[in-house]
Design a protein around this ligand. Structure first.
Ligand code: PHE
Length: 340
């Protein structure tokens, strides 16, 4: 009796497990057949009343049926699991061959780039690169450069005054005197750096901008030497032949003093909006170092002389890239910075 009911449960159970349409009905079939209150458990309780001489036989049959049903359940479950995994992999497909995004490299600020180019140009010509303090003494910023307290040239530069005779340097020229004191003659230095003026800010004026000072002291230095270096510098920056001219310009620390212009690169001198129809672009102040300045730097003007120039680095960058508003430089705006 028990034997035939076991066989009947086996064939019915196998069919039920195998035909389960989804995971839910498979689970329901498992509970019904193999669960603690299921059909197989009910039959196995009847082992208690099986006659002793049949116990071994029926026991083996019971175990065989149980194993067959469990295997059928495992097989079916594995099939459903695999189907579910396949479906998920299909849905989550992604292309392993697409290159990883990687780290976005940063860039040097356009001012730093042009500064480094100029440092390379001048060091190749035997110039040393010097630094000077941004908070300067009145002596180095003005007096040592032949600009006494009463001199009207002090009014030309709107100075940020600090306590105890200090100023935020209004130009890089104070490094001229520091360099002469430090190295003596002969001397070839450039000094790039930040300078500050108390300006009303607009598209072409900032309170903070960058200059590059240059100075060469030797015997019999002439304006021709100065023009040679400055013309070479302009050509290195604009990467083409440029025409330069000198106009008289007044700076108390040079004599004679000049403004150096380059012929407009946009219109080749014909006159356009960029050069305000003049055909020329103002580039830098320059001249032969005034004897008083040499003396203030501890150098004998009877033996040595030299030239000096002060270049607006910020202006140079604006001209090279056609940037029309100086306020972009310190904006930190990546739309601006990522273009260089
Ligand atoms: N220091 C001057 C300025 O800021 C420029 C300059 C430098 C002129 C050296 C002559 C010689 O305007």
């Amino acid at each position: 009796m028990l034997e035939s009911r076991l066989r009947e449960l086996e064939s019915r159970g196998l069919a039920q497990l195998e035909n389960a349409a989804d995971r839910e009905s498979l689970e329901a079939a498992r509970v019904e057949i193999l669960g603690r209150k299921g059909s197989l458990q009910a039959l196995s309780r009847e082992m208690a009343i099986v006659p002793a001489d049949q116990k071994a036989l029926i026991g083996r049959l019971l175990n065989g049926v149980k194993a067959a049903l469990e295997q059928a359940y495992d097989r079916r479950k594995a099939a459903f699991d695999k189907a579910a995994l396949d479906a998920r992999l299909e849905g989550e497909w992604f292309d392993l061959t697409v290159p990883a995004p990687g780290v976005r490299p940063g860039k040097l600020h356009p001012l730093t780039q042009i500064q480094q180019e100029l440092e390379e140009y001048f060091t190749s010509l035997g110039f040393a690169v010097m630094d000077g303090p941004e908070v300067e003494t009145e002596w180095y910023n003005f007096d040592a450069l032949n600009i006494p307290a009463t001199h009207p040239a002090r009014d030309a530069q709107d100075t940020f005054w600090m306590e105890q005779g200090h100023v935020l340097r209004t130009h890089t020229s104070p490094v001229q005197v520091r360099a002469m004191e430090k190295f003596g003659a002969p001397l070839r230095i450039i000094a790039p750096g930040r300078v500050f003026r108390n300006e009303a800010i607009d598209a072409s004026h900032e309170h903070t901008f960058y200059q590059l000072e240059g100075m060469m002291i030797d015997r019999d230095v002439s304006v021709a030497h100065m023009v040679y270096f400055l013309k070479g510098l302009m050509q290195a920056i604009f990467r083409r032949e440029v025409t330069v001219r000198l106009r008289p310009g007044f700076f108390p620390f040079v004599e004679p003093g000049f403004e150096l212009d380059i012929q407009c690169l946009i219109c080749a001198g014909k006159g356009c909006a960029v050069c305000k129809q003049s055909g020329w672009l103002e580039q830098c102040g320059c001249g032969l170092v005034h004897p008083n300045v040499l003396r203030n730097g501890g150098i004998d003007p009877g033996v040595w002389n030299g030239f000096a120039f002060g270049l607006g680095l910020t202006r140079l960058v604006m001209m090279r890239y056609g940037i029309d508003d100086i306020r972009w430089f310190a904006s930190g705006d990546l739309r601006f910075l990522s273009q260089f």
